[in-house]
Design a protein around this ligand. Structure first.
Ligand code: NAP
Length: 246
């Protein structure tokens, strides 16, 4: 099929729901072959079907990103990819005294270590082929203190720092690495927080509303596309604007 990304293969982690699913669908619509990752095989099959309906090729690979060996297996099963979207993530909220070592470790393992292992396994191949694009999903909480989001924000701040490290490490060999710092988004994950909690976060944005997953997917798609050919090491803010002091 022809499209801006035809001929490219993309791995999207956490593509069984929310932002990742929206990214997978847009990648497919633009002609990329999509490796849909998640844990839930039923939802994985549904997204594969939805991507295939756009005319693109898709397959599902299950892996638990909390387990380092499983992340390495995912990289091996994905094979050579031209685009990597490190989207899968967890967000749980607690104050510092209420943050257990298990909770901290889970955030670091899924939100920072898994992307590190995937980039370590997949970016050298991109560099050897002379091209590639990687986008990491981050959050407002990586740069602005958010109450009860210490473990989450720290894991994504680590991911943003790694974004710049990887941009430097692989940029000379044609691989661009960027992050999208997202504001609040309507997803299955945030629906567990409840609509009022999401609205409260959204009140800290100029647009005064949560985003749809497709709006964040557009930012990701721009960064992986040839239209962003001179952009690397950047953190693109898709957060609905930062209110002025009033
Ligand atoms: N939603 C927001 O308001 C918001 C704001 C800023 C940043 N973000 C970031 O955007 C990304 C996506 O968020 P979302 O709200 O769309 O997520 P979501 O609706 O909670 O979906 C999470 C996705 O990640 C996968 N996942 C979670 N834990 C996993 C694990 N241990 N191993 C493998 N896969 C795992 C899930 O797969 P299965 O269900 O199949 O296991 C699912 O596909 C995250 O990195 C999040 O931090 C979200």
């Amino acid at each position: 099929m022809s499209g801006e990304l035809s001929g490219a293969t993309a791995l999207v982690t956490g593509a069984t729901a929310g932002i990742g699913r929206a990214v997978a669908l847009r990648l497919g619509a633009l002609g990329a072959e999509v490796v849909v990752h998640g844990r839930d095989a039923r939802r994985g099959a549904e997204v594969v079907q939805e991507v295939s309906a756009t005319g693109a090729t898709a397959r599902f690979v299950a892996a638990d990103l909390a387990e380092a060996d499983d992340v390495r297996r995912l990289a091996a099963e994905a094979g050579d990819v031209d685009i990597l979207v490190n989207n899968a993530g967890v967000y749980r909220f607690a104050d510092t005294a209420g943050t257990s070592s298990e909770m901290f470790d889970v955030h670091m393992a899924i939100n920072a270590r898994a992307p590190l292992l995937l980039v370590g396994r997949l970016a050298p191949g991109m560099a050897a082929r002379g091209h590639g694009a990687i986008v990491n999903l981050s959050t407002i909480a990586a740069g602005t203190p958010a109450r009860d989001a210490g473990a989450y924000g720290a894991s994504k701040a680590a991911l943003e720092l790694l974004t710049r490290v990887w941009a430097d490490e692989f940029g000379g060999r044609g691989v661009r690495v960027n992050a999208v710092r997202s504001g609040p988004v309507h997803t299955p994950g945030t629906s567990e927080m409840g609509e009022e909690a999401l609205r409260t976060v959204a009140r800290a944005t100029v647009l005064d509303r949560p985003a749809a997953p497709e709006e964040i997917a557009e930012a990701v798609l721009f960064l992986v596309s040839p239209r962003a050919s001179y952009i690397t090491g950047a953190v693109l803010e898709a957060r609905g604007g930062e209110p002025a002091i009033g």
